[in-house]
Design a protein around this ligand. Sequence first.
Ligand SMILES: *Cc1c(COP(=O)(O)O)cnc(C)c1O
Length: 450
Amino acid sequence: MNNLNEWQEKDLKYIWHPCSQMKDYEELAPIVIEKGEGIYLYDTDDKKYYDVISSWWCNLLGHCNPKINAAIKKQLDTLEHVIFANFSHKTVINLCERLSKVLPAGLCKFNFADNGSSAIEMALKMSFQYHYQTGNPQKKRFMALTDAYHGETIGALSVGGVDLYSEIYKPILLDIERIEAPDCYRCPYGHLHGECDCPCIEKAKQTFEKFGNETAALIVEPLLQGSAGMKIYPPLYLKKLRELCDKYNVHLIADEIATGYGRTGKMWACDWAGISPDIMCLSKGLTGGYMPMAIAITTQEIYDAFYADYLEGKAFMHSHTYSGNALACSAACAVLDILEEEKIIEKAQEKAIYFHNRIKEKFANHKNVGDIRHIGLINAIELVEDKAEKRAFDSKNRYGYQIYKKALKKGVLLRPLGDVIYFNPPLIIEKPDMDYVIDVAYECMCEVLD
Ligand SMILES: *Cc1c(COP(=O)(O)O)cnc(C)c1O
């Protein structure tokens, strides 16, 4: 282990970092961050990093955003937290009232959790219980797409389809009906993204025909399969899934944990398809990346199926200690203020055009760049060994990881997904910073691959 400072030594003494092979830290020590400002992070040696993955996609409006900081400080001196069964507070009520004005039509009942995976668990349980209590106890299965990611708890991991996270746990996971997801880069029908009428929906149709009657819900990441390598599919496919769900009395659960809050260029990814899910899960951008909070939001119809005299036993007996946390809600309200007052999403959409064009100019002609896909400010560059055949590199090379290490040296936080380099920056990123991170990412890619 080379030249660790005292903080890095103590970190490694105590901490088991998430989603990491800790042995890798022998070569790449933990970076101890002292402070954050806007899209920048500064470590204990005052080295600056461009956080262009929004600290795992949650930081929406920059680190230490003055308005969010002020809102939390104000809340802190009034009320930090209160039991949420039978008790409430003004900040959470305000949040729900404001969200209900911008959510897809019909979503009106808010059930709080403290992380994304828990909101997914809540959605699955809620859907099953709804059907159980409305005369369809046989509806106890779930459908999900291949390559899906919905979190790490047992239920959420079960509906997920990324082997890297779930393979080893398969013996203890739920049995899920898996629908082959659209793949617009390696389209088996030979179409280009968005230039087809989604013949791949046929796979979903077949699964619904077979299992629709015993299925409670289909869960999807609308439009963007993030952890799968930022795979993007057209709104039409989502619309068709909605129609199938309606036909078979299957709930559509939209996991907007990563896609919500303007990440795709509209407030919700569902807005592109003009659809409403039966349950929508939010987290990440919800508090601007400040506090662990999540919500499963549902319809009056689902809510009503739980509404009965106590002794009928129909209540949703699900709780989290930190449900409706007041500090998190104060951050969430500030996020909505800022989005509205500063027209953040509209401006981000303008910047997104510039960002994507610059990335295309820079990367498209490289021999190993197979695909460049984008939605909102999110841009992903898939590296391949053979461009014509779209053949992936052997993952043992860990090219993405090598690029990550090089970029860190130059102060850019990329964290590729396998061999997919991506940018998912805070919506407030400005053009000079875009230029800088594109240049650094390109340089590092060339250093590794050429
Ligand atoms: C991050 C994420 C989750 C899980 O949220 P956690 O807060 O990490 O549990 C679920 N679904 C999607 C799409 C995500 O991006």
